[in-house]
Design a binder for this molecule. Structure first.
Ligand code: ZN
Length: 488
């Protein structure tokens, strides 16, 4: 870890809440809507607003999605799971209890392999995944009042809990990225943390290396991006080490991340254990999960990130690094595969995406996973690479055309034509330019002939400049050698 004094290590467990993208809610027929767009309280009914006397009905699709996630996380799927009432009061919870799962969760004892920045892989244990319902959402107004929107109330929510296997902020980030990718690949969650459909919490403690017991942990929540999760985790590790090293003691508390101050801040202290008085939900049956059902779900599962990486390296011949970058997010993998389907050469396409396309997106402050929304389509990219392959344009001009396509869209071939960017390969024209440059630079020519071979690069640059960057570099190179030889 980068916090690195040799003496301390972080112990981190992650809890992720993922809304499932079913059409309807967990226990009623209300639609699951985008709560950042829909008018408040328009997707609600007597069940999800907790009216007396109503009966919940389990959404079978939500169970199937949750089992699918459990399988993707290499979990055991017990033969039955049981919903329980978790009792507490909060204005966003109209029933006074949340239907969740407690002693009998839907999936247990799994693992996922995370990909670390140095190229290594680490296995993180998954303790459990259980299904519950989301709460409503409070909006706190400037005048001190609060409003509640129950559109989110009752949306299927899967809670995924790791073992405390994570040892650094880098590992926490790698875990969040891998889990998010798996959920996106399965098509059960968009992964959009800014909309709150995926919520990541880190339970963090530190201890001297060699100490077996766990020390007091804090919980960092309300993180709206993976980047902020990384920063908050790193900050909290360093803060706790300082507290212990200065002779203090870390207090058990729930922390949030203050983006403006770039610091974790206390949200509430948790000195008393919460007692939710869980008991089995009397209005719902035990969910029996037959092995046939599990296998039927397994057969419907799409290719997951690790399998895709293996296929990219073994069948498409990509290097492990390139493959890892391309599978890291479903949107990137989809973009890459669409380009291959459009006839692109896998290695060339991978190279253009990872270097030039990502560079343009980065300059534009876009995340890599936003690749689906840029104006360079997979087809456009393949068209551009084709122009280079056919020697219509050289690599440098291709980069310029890509930047133009990135700004305004459109066809690279058309841009090359309209702007007269096609490469000059006519030997007569190029030789004339070479001779002119040699005549204009007698000193450099003499130095070259005296054995200073790198002067050829300067001459090359001068010719390309005279050709406005459009000379066929290979031919120019060869002509410079020929013309210099003539002057020996
Ligand atoms: Zn409802």
């Amino acid at each position: 870890m980068t916090t690195k004094t040799q003496e301390w290590e972080a112990v981190i467990g992650m809890e992720v809440h993922a809304e499932l993208m079913t059409a309807s809610k967990m226990f009623c027929t209300c639609a699951v809507v985008d709560t950042t767009l829909a008018a408040p309280n328009t997707a609600t009914c007597a069940i999800c607003t907790g009216m007396p006397g109503v009966l919940p009905v389990i959404n079978r699709k939500a169970i199937e999605y949750a089992i699918m996630v459990g399988l993707a996380l290499n979990c055991e799927i017990p033969p039955y799971n049981i919903f329980a009432r978790k009792n507490y009061f909060y204005p966003d919870l109209p029933k006074g209890y949340q239907i969740s799962q407690y002693e009998y969760p839907l999936a247990v004892n799994g693992w996922i392999d995370i990909d670390l920045p140095d190229g290594s892989i680490k296995r993180i244990g998954i303790r459990r995944a259980h299904l519950e319902e989301d709460t409503g959402k409070l909006a706190h107004m400037d005048d001190g009042s609060s409003l509640v929107d129950y559109n989110r109330s009752g949306v299927p929510l899967l809670e995924i809990v790791t073992e405390p296997d994570i040892r650094s902020a880098e590992e926490a980030e790698a875990y969040a990225r891998k889990l998010r990718a798996i959920l996106q690949y399965l098509g059960v969650n968009s992964g959009d943390m800014s909309k709150g459909v995926l919520r990541v919490e880190a339970n963090i403690s530190v201890r001297p290396v060699g100490e077996d017991a766990f020390r007091t942990r804090t919980e960092v929540k309300n993180l709206n991006s993976i980047r902020n999760m990384y920063r908050a985790t790193q900050y909290e590790i360093e803060r706790q080490i300082k507290v212990w090293e200065s002779g203090g003691a870390v207090k058990q508390e729930t922390m949030g991340w203050d983006d403006a101050r770039q610091a974790t801040v206390t949200q509430r202290s948790k000195e008393l254990a919460e007692d939710y008085r869980y008991f089995p939900e009397p209005d719902l049956p035990v969910v029996e999960v037959s092995r046939e059902w599990v296998e039927a779900i397994r057969r419907q599962m799409p290719e997951l990130p690790d399998a895709k990486r293996q296929r990219f390296t073994e069948e498409l011949g990509l290097g492990a690094y390139d493959a890892g970058v391309l599978i890291a997010d479903r949107a990137i993998a989809d973009y890459f595969e669409a380009a291959i389907a459009a006839g692109g050469d896998p290695k060339k396409v991978a190279n253009w995406i990872i270097t030039e396309v990502f560079r343009l997106m980065n300059n534009d402050n876009l995340e890599r996973e936003d690749i689906g929304s840029i104006k360079v389509t997979p087809q456009t990219l393949v068209e551009l690479i084709g122009l280079v392959d056919k020697n219509t344009i050289n690599n440098n001009i291709a980069k310029k055309v890509l930047a133009m396509t990135y700004e305004d869209g459109g066809s690279p071939a058309a841009i090359v034509k309209e702007q007269g960017l096609a490469q000059e390969s006519d030997e007569g024209v190029l030789r004339e330019a070479v001779v002119t440059v040699l005549d204009d630079n007698p000193d450099e020519v003499q130095r070259y002939l005296a054995g200073e071979e790198k002067v050829a690069n300067f001459l090359m640059g001068q010719v390309m400049r005279a050709m406005h960057g459009k000379g066929n570099a290979q031919i120019v190179n060869q002509l410079i050698a020929e013309e210099l030889d003539k002057r020996r």
